[in-house]
Design a binder for this molecule. Structure first.
Ligand code: WT7
Length: 649
């Protein structure tokens, strides 16, 4: 924990939402005094309602909270139509392809594209409430597809393009999707890669999907399934550029996004309309200080919540110009990101610590070769950032001038929860600082007592908030169990994030990472249970436990302890590692591949059969085992495991 404090360069901020910490505290107090009134006021100001809501917050069926009930709106209208009066020729999306190709889409063009796509979806039989899976590369059509769903009230479920056919199939089936939108493929590091064949594989034996809409992006050869597959490029030509926005209820679902939990299969996090879009827009204003002439760039993929809220919905609701990038930040060289910032005069740049560490490692002086003077705010998200990466980001990328917003949030929270306010908050490197006004994020113990400075506790959100997860698709019990069964405050279950955190003496929040069995690799969230289930599919594997191991670039990497059915199999270790990783890429995707495997004689289990992962985590880190191992069923197994791990290194 560094105790240096960095003050905002106020001259960079003309008219920020919060000029200083007094204004921050005033707003927090306003929420404390009148929670519903304050949210209601913001919702009336920020949302273009077709019909105003009746009630701000309905807690009658907690923790299934409802916000702005009785209100009617359309999220695509909020993101597009209402800007047309003043901004029809303003760039809504600036897209840059892997090979440097550029497209600028104005708000008027976005309006037309989204309406055409919405009409195409209707032609394909999609109706309000139907689920549409979007498996797309980072091309503007992906954003059009999301907004087209929103326009007609279909629920989209974007699946990250790096997930395998199996993972895609699971998500299609869980959501019971009627239509899949994909592309033939796209480009990465100068080469074409394919998506459509993955969809074909995912749909083998699946009969619920009626249509697959294929955007032809890289024009590689693909197979077309008659009666099922249609070409977007062909059918979009005949669509009308007008499509009435569906009148949606505040609480109708807007989208599902699958994310990993500590147990079982990924869960379909369900978000709704009004609360989500309100917070997406507000945080663009509060945290990114988005102004009319700004050009804003978030490097995430639309397959993650960051891409949903901070590439598509938030920036467009705020009427901003959002940059969308198909390629990778290190191609053709480590200056790509800095060149794009220079070319587009980017004002806010938002990326992940893993990218910052990588760019620092491979090109520490590279940013100095470009004109980055347009930057005002640098954002980071996805995992804890270490002070060294933070300092490089601040000094070299930000020129010692920009505010760094270390934003803590999750798929489930919809938008930022804890973050500095760029013109107000004195920043301590690598601390997410304070909860945003309206967000009652607190570090507590299980009974709801606030922990003392320096003590680790559970990071909870003790009041409902508008953009919160509404439920897990099709599994309300799991929703309650996953989020509302760990901690209570004043006898009432509160939202537990799964993260541990600490306060320092000044009340700053320091996130220490997941306390559950979730691993964070390059900001991608993976459940140990899913990875273990995949590894167990190998015929030689008897038992397996995976843990996260600290990694210089990716934050954490996956370390697997594998017990083989017979030690005779040990001869072919190298082959086995390869085979196990092949299974993982087939079942989940390359992002879940294991970096280390130790073939061990057994796993440390309690007498009731629970695997003591804490011990395995310590061994992976090379730490001394401080824990009492006498309660284990077979304490000697720990030494045997240590011996194996040491011999591997
Ligand atoms: C988990 C949520 C939120 C968009 C990207 C990830 C970790 C997120 C931070 C941060 C420390 C962070 C947490 C959280 N995390 N932001 N600024 N500092 N940790 O979304 O896949 O739902 O993952 O990412 O562990 O629980 P996600």
């Amino acid at each position: 924990m560094l105790n240096e404090v960095y003050y905002p360069h106020k001259e960079l901020f003309k008219n920020p939402a919060f000029k200083n910490m007094c204004e921050y505290h005033d707003k927090v107090r306003e929420f404390e005094k009148d929670y519903e009134g304050t949210w209601g006021k913001l919702a009336r100001e920020k949302i273009t309602w077709f019909r105003l809501y009746d009630k701000v917050l309905d807690e009658s069926n907690a923790p299934f909270y409802k916000w702005f009930t009785g209100g009617k709106l359309n999220v695509s209208y909020q993101c597009i139509d209402r800007h047309l009066d003043k901004k029809k020729n303003k760039a809504a999306i600036i897209w840059e392809g892997d090979n440097g190709e550029k497209r600028v889409i104005t708000y008027l063009e976005l309006y037309k594209e989204v309406n055409k796509f919405a009409n195409l979806l209707k032609e394909m039989g999609v109706k309000k409430g139907d689920r549409v899976v979007i498996y797309m590369p980072m091309i503007p059509e992906a954003a059009f597809a999301m907004l087209a769903c929103a326009r007609i009230g279909a629920i989209h479920s974007v699946v990250f393009g790096g997930f395998s056919a199996e993972a895609l199939k699971d998500r299609i089936l869980d959501a019971q999707a009627k239509v899949v939108i994909t592309a033939d493929g796209a480009f990465r590091k100068g080469k074409p890669y394919m998506l459509k064949p993955v969809v074909d594989k995912a749909l083998e034996g699946v009969d619920i999907v009626e249509k697959v809409i294929v955007v032809e992006r890289n024009n590689e050869d693909i197979e077309w399934v008659e009666g099922r597959d249609v070409s977007y490029n062909e059918l979009i030509q005949n669509q009308s550029t007008e499509c009435e926005p569906e009148v949606m209820d505040s609480e109708d679902p807007l989208f599902l996004l699958y994310t990993s939990g500590s147990t079982g299969k990924p869960k379909g996090v369900q978000h709704s309309q009004a609360g989500y879009i309100l917070w997406a827009q507000l945080t663009m204003e509060w945290v990114f200080d988005i102004k009319d002439n700004d050009t804003y760039w978030c490097t995430a993929d639309i397959g993650w919540i960051t891409g949903h809220t901070y590439i598509v919905y938030g920036p467009l609701a705020a009427g901003a110009t959002t940059v969308m990038f198909e390629g990778v930040l290190t191609y053709p060289d480590s200056g790509r990101a800095w060149k794009m910032i220079e070319d587009y005069r980017i004002n806010q740049f938002y990326t992940a610590p893993t990218a910052i560490r990588l760019l620092n490692k491979i090109g520490a002086d590279e940013p100095k070769k470009y004109d980055l003077s347009s930057l005002r705010i640098l954002g980071t998200v996805g995992e804890p950032i270490d002070p060294a990466a933070w300092k490089w980001y601040y000094d070299v990328v930000g020129g010692g001038r920009c505010s760094i917003v270390d934003t803590w949030w999750q798929t489930e929270t919809g938008g930022h929860m804890i973050s500095p306010l760029p013109a107000a908050t004195p920043i301590k490197p690598a601390s997410a600082t304070f909860p945003l006004p309206g967000i009652f994020a607190e570090i507590i113990d299980e009974e709801g007592n606030r922990v003392k400075p320096g003590e680790k506790g559970l990071l909870c959100i003790t009041k409902p908030w508008p953009s919160m997860i509404r439920t897990i698709w099709g599994d309300p019990e799991r929703f309650v169990k996953s989020y509302f069964s760990t901690a209570k405050k004043n006898g009432k279950p509160v939202y537990f994030s799964g993260d541990g955190a600490m306060y320092d003496e000044d009340g700053y929040i320091w996130i220490t990472g997941r306390v559950d069995d979730v691993i964070n690799v390059s900001g991608h969230r993976l459940g140990t249970a899913e990875i273990e289930a995949a590894i167990k599919k190998h015929p030689h594997v008897a038992e397996v436990a995976v843990v996260g191991k600290p990694d210089e670039i990716t934050g954490e990497s996956i370390f697997a302890y594998v017990v083989l059915k017979s030690t005779d199999d040990l001869g072919e270790e190298v082959e086995l590692i390869k085979e196990i990783n092949e299974i993982i890429s087939k079942e989940i995707g390359n992002i879940a591949k294991v970096k280390d495997i130790a073939f061990v004689p057994g796993l440390p289990k309690t007498r009731s059969g629970k695997i003591m992962r804490r011990i395995l985590r310590a061994i992976a880190k090379g730490e001394e085992i401080k824990q009492d191992t006498s309660t284990l069923e077979d304490p000697s197994v720990v030494e045997a495991i240590i011996a194996v791990v040491n011999s591997c290194e």
